[in-house]
Design a protein around this ligand. Structure first.
Ligand code: SF4
Length: 328
């Protein structure tokens, strides 16, 4: 998903951070009963940072309001390997499986501009995971909404989350960070894809990747060390796929401590032994006694403010997205 690229280095205007969202989550009265599922967090907080694009797949296929509810049924007999159909709850001859899937295909033009997507949980259309699938009348939470399924198939690198999971802090932080990385990626493409732009992009995200997964971090580093002279678009597509796979992993405490230890090395000529000892002690307490990571992070940020370092200053590790979004 690199989009079309011109290999120039003109800097374009800052792109908005466009994020798709199930319409009912933004208070639109599109649910089967004419209601909505407004999420104040999205409407009041995230909308200050993201330009939301609302979409209701069930309305898009002409089901209207009010409407019969639909559900996913297993047209086979094996609950572990269901053949999913989306049909009316009252009238099972209403089958909208293909229509919902096609609806996702038809949105591809505007979806390609998005940096993320927030879906309504449990919906047979929008649910991202654990949606009820009925086998012989018995539900099991093994399904994925048909629109969501096709959306994710068409856009495997797109950060996607459900509104319910955004209440979980690590999942929320991971999603927001991926949205911001995707936005920076799109901005880089808009400014002009060049080998140098890719090297800079990677350099600025290196510690973010290191905090996620060592194998992916190494793989991405090797890729960047071997950027081909031609076929840059294909290379960028492969890099983006590996980047997003890496960022989907949750950062671990252990990896964060390793990153902070590494970063501390950039201060070795600038701080005295007392400050060094204080940082080392905080890192040791993080490792052994459960001290919050924010303690050494704050200490290091403080020292880098007093002793600026270009490499660390340009890194997105300490500020992957606006600070205000970290303290929700
Ligand atoms: S969950 Fe999806 S399909 Fe259902 S009302 Fe909300 S936007 Fe529409």
């Amino acid at each position: 998903m690199t989009g079309s690229t011109t290999h120039s280095t003109n800097t374009t205007a800052a792109l908005p951070i466009k994020v798709g969202v199930s319409s009912c989550l933004m208070g639109e009265a599109v649910r089967f009963d004419g209601g909505h599922k407004r999420q104040i967090f999205l409407e009041r907080v995230l909308s200050q940072y993201f330009e939301f694009k609302t979409f209701c797949p069930e309305m898009s296929i002409g089901l209207g309001v009010p409407r019969q509810t639909i559900r996913i049924v297993n047209a086979g007999n094996n609950p572990l390997d269901p053949i999913q159909r989306v049909v009316g709850t009252r009238d099972s001859t209403l089958d909208v499986t293909e229509k919902l899937s096609d609806s996702a295909d038809q949105q591809q033009e505007w979806v390609a501009d998005l940096c993320g997507y927030i879906l309504k949980k449990d919906s047979p259309s929008c649910g991202m995971e654990r949606v009820k699938v009925y086998t012989n009348g018995q539900p099991s939470r093994t399904g994925v909404g048909l629109f969501a399924q096709q959306l994710m198939r068409n856009n495997p690198n797109l950060p996607v989350e459900e509104e319910g999971r955004l209440h979980d802090r690590p999942l929320r932080e991971n999603f927001i960070e991926r949205v911001y990385v995707m936005h920076r990626w799109k901005q880089m493409l808009a400014d002009g894809l060049t080998p140098k732009a890719l090297v800079d992009f990677h350099r600025r995200h290196k510690f973010n990747l290191m905090s996620r997964h060592q194998d992916y971090y190494r793989k991405l580093g090797q890729m960047i060390a071997n950027i081909p002279r031609n076929d840059l678009d294909n290379f960028a597509a492969e890099y983006l796929a590996a980047l997003m796979q890496c960022l989907r992993k949750q950062a671990t405490r252990r990896n964060h401590i390793n990153v902070l230890q590494h970063i501390q090395g950039y201060l070795k000529r600038d701080i005295d032994s007392v400050d060094k000892h204080e940082i080392n002690e905080a890192l040791a307490k993080c490792r052994n006694e459960g001290l919050p990571l924010t303690v050494p992070m704050t200490l290091l940020r403080h020292h880098f403010r007093k002793n600026p370092n270009d490499y660390i200053g340009e890194s997105y590790y300490f500020a992957p997205y606006p600070d205000e979004l970290q303290y929700l």
